[in-house]
Design a protein around this ligand. Structure first.
Ligand code: SAM
Ligand code: DTB
Ligand code: SF4
Length: 342
């Protein structure tokens, strides 16, 4: 089949009404064919889809805070916070709400609309959920959307977070099912899917994506996108992380990925999940501005904003303001329903 025909099919496909819940919307073959398109054809499609659903020059600013750092018992091969690897990250206790309030106020003053709190847990205990619920209330009180990522959830925990006002729960599928065992041995893919079900069941919006550049094949990248796009309900938020290589982790010496492969992944996420916020997540500091601009062209419309991710660096606010100015991009001004709460 010619690439033009494939490109046309993909456009027709995305216009079709969503199939019934649980039905496969996108095959791995189809997504792989998208990833195989000439770069310009792929970006052209992604731009069209993007403009049908969003203001093409608006990007959401989400600030990230590690509220409980390090000491994690899981062995995720990319992660500096795992106890299995000697990365120099020190384990810290859960932050108090006063310090979180200050960080949230600073993020809001800098223009962020979403505040994401990460905890290096395999799975939170019920008493951890109580403490995080307090942090969620604090963030909501400041007037920001609240997102947390705490690991695997047990029955009832997502409901308690929802009750505290949580908007989003981040839990990444990270990679294709057939690559997962190469990266993590301490839990399996189904555990991740079960947590996403619990989040959805509690009425909390789903933030789920993955990491690119861990040595996966293009087909495996397509398979990750297929997993996300075929979830019973498409995630509202899809973070695409570029692996940040951290000394001491098993993936520290991973060869560099062709940056255009990363841009292709953003485009595939945009085309297959047209209404989702696709976040150009970790890896911006290492990526350079031209590649970031291509990611925005490919349909990324959210970034992590602020000089730190969880334990590694991110471009500072000043640098992002200059980049946005040069590209004519503006940050998302407000979130519907948010201002009344202030
Ligand atoms: N412990 C919880 C969990 O794993 O679900 C929450 C925190 S964990 C650090 C959140 C996500 O950060 C991971 O799922 C992974 O996608 C991303 N991440 C961690 N280390 C990374 C790295 N070095 N480069 C890119 N993304 C990374
Ligand atoms: C996500 O998808 N990426 C963020 C967030 N969700 C929690 C984490 C990126 C972490 C990068 C490595 C670090 O700073 O430790
Ligand atoms: Fe722990 Fe999350 Fe890091 Fe895995 S990614 S080691 S679960 S903090």
């Amino acid at each position: 089949m010619s690439q033009t025909v494939l490109a046309e099919q993909a456009i027709t496909l995305h216009k079709r009404p969503a199939p019934p819940t649980g039905t496969e919307r996108w095959s791995v073959d189809h997504i792989e064919a998208l990833l195989n398109l000439p770069f310009n054809d792929l970006l052209w499609q992604a731009q069209q889809v993007h403009r049908q659903h969003f203001d093409a020059n608006e990007v959401e600013l989400a600030t990230l805070l590690s509220v409980k750092t390090g000491g994690c018992p899981e062995d995720c091969g990319y992660c500096p916070q795992s106890v299995h690897y000697d990365t120099g990250v020190k384990a810290e206790k859960l932050m108090e709400s006063g310090a979180v309030r200050q960080a949230a106020q600073a993020a809001k003053a800098a223009g962020a609309t979403r505040f994401c709190m990460g905890a290096a847990w395999r799975a939170p205990k019920d008493r951890d959920i109580d403490a995080v619920a307090e942090l969620v209330r604090t963030v909501k009180d400041v007037g920001l959307e609240a997102c947390v990522t705490l690991g695997m959830l047990a029955d009832g925990q997502a409901e308690r977070l929802k009750h505290a006002g949580l908007d989003y729960y981040n839990h990444n599928l990270d990679c294709a099912p057939d690559f997962y065992g190469d990266i993590i041995s301490t839990r399996d893919y189904q555990d991740r899917l079960d947590t996403l079900d619990r989040v959805r069941g509690a009425g909390v919006k789903v933030c789920s994506g993955g990491i690119v550049g861990m040595g996966e094949s293009r087909r495996q990248r397509a398979a990750l996108i297929a997993q996300l796009a075929n979830l019973p309900e498409v995630p509202e938020s899809v973070p695409i992380n570029h692996l940040v290589k951290v000394e001491g982790t098993p993936l520290a010496a991973q060869p560099d990925l062709d940056p255009f492969e990363f841009v292709r992944m953003i485009a595939a996420a945009r085309i297959t999940m047209p209404a989702a916020r696709v976040r150009l997540s970790a890896g911006r500091q290492q990526m350079g501005e031209a590649v970031q601009a291509l990611c925005f062209l490919a349909g990324a419309n959210s970034i992590f904003y602020g000089e730190k991710l969880l334990t590694t660096g991110n471009p500072d606010v000043g640098a992002d303001r200059v980049l946005f100015e040069r590209l004519g991009i503006h940050g998302r001004a407000s979130v519907p329903g948010m201002d009344e709460r202030l």
